[in-house]
Write a protein that binds this ligand. Sequence first.
Ligand SMILES: Cc1cc2nc3c(=O)[nH]c(=O)nc-3n(C[C@H](O)[C@H](O)[C@H](O)COP(=O)(O)OP(=O)(O)OC[C@H]3O[C@@H](n4cnc5c(N)ncnc54)[C@H](O)[C@@H]3O)c2cc1C
Length: 372
Amino acid sequence: MRHRIAVVGGGPGGLTFARVLHRHDHPVTVLERDRAPDARPPGGTLDLHEGLGQLALDKAGLRAGFEALSRPEGQAMRILDPSGTVLRDWRPRPDERANPEIDRGQLRDLLISGLDVRWGREVTRVVPGTGDGALVHFADGRQETFDLVVGADGARSRVRPAVSAVTPRYTGVTSVETSLDDVDTRHPDLARLIGDGSVSAYGVNRSLTAQRNSGGHVKVYAKFRAPLDWHAGWDLADVEAVRTGLLALFEGWAAPVLDLLRHGSAFVHRPFHTLPVSHTWTHVPGVTLLGDAAHLMPPLGAGANLAMLDGAELAESIVAAPDDLDGAVRGFEERMWVRAGRWAELTTAGLERLVSADPAEAVALFDEVQPS
Ligand SMILES: Cc1cc2nc3c(=O)[nH]c(=O)nc-3n(C[C@H](O)[C@H](O)[C@H](O)COP(=O)(O)OP(=O)(O)OC[C@H]3O[C@@H](n4cnc5c(N)ncnc54)[C@H](O)[C@@H]3O)c2cc1C
């Protein structure tokens, strides 16, 4: 039986869900708020783990495409202290494929081909039906009914209220993001500091990370503990004022590390919010969630991976039980909650150690998780 299925959100989770259904010849509609694939910058590079994001791509039949685009050398990681002393300098073996990096835009293009994506379709709310199915309300006033609506619409999900009253809470850690272009040509010293992958420096309750994307593009993340309104009195649109403020926040750090901020272009504020560690809900026929919408956690390299595996597994469950859509969704939710709960615990504890009063904790965490 062919169900009418919509997924709200064309991020890694929603697109993987749609792609796996598509691979099994099951129709699915992707409802995406953005007006076009390139309506906004796609965001930083993602590392896809062997048993998570890469497994999801296998289920989508996209292993070869991933291998052609991904950057295994991007797994390299260097750790410094605030004075610039190198504490760890890890480089992957040539055959290391545990967590290769891929640009978000490249991943999106890989997943999206052949899919029915409706751009510029902002969903405002979803109302479960009295029997099966759910009614989707759009920002332009239109409405449409589906047998199943999957909320893959990220941290501020508009689908989530249909199943859960829980909302994300601020973690106490925030980040300001900036970027550098053509780093090898324009900033060769920084290019050497960053290497093929990423460099992070850890101080008391703050850190600076720079991570290479493809094409000489680098994303820089300043993370620190602060109240949510730490920027009261700042004009976040004033690039030079933000730069000066950040340099003051990292005062005393080595000049080559601070150059990451000195040369950054625009700054974007991204406070880290999370859902409770074991967020579950009473099953609602016709609606479910996956990815950040279901289990928003600190950004420690798991969120997109989990979203993709959620998407692939939900699609496979639906295909495997053509006459029991609701049973397929229920079974998927149970499995997702267990896995997400485990990762939410790990990443929550990880954030405490990465942005910590004792910077040695960050190095200890690196030693615990790093492949030898
Ligand atoms: C700085 C940073 C670095 C990170 N690095 C990594 C990493 O290396 N590895 C990793 O696994 N994870 C990483 N993450 C986490 C990762 O970005 C998220 O967990 C992941 O993007 C979640 O995927 P998703 O598909 O659930 O949601 P999203 O990627 O948030 O996608 C949601 C989609 O829904 C659309 N949408 C939103 N609202 C609506 C609406 N109302 N109607 C229609 N469409 C809507 C959005 O436009 C978007 O396209 C990082 C996060 C941050 C902040």
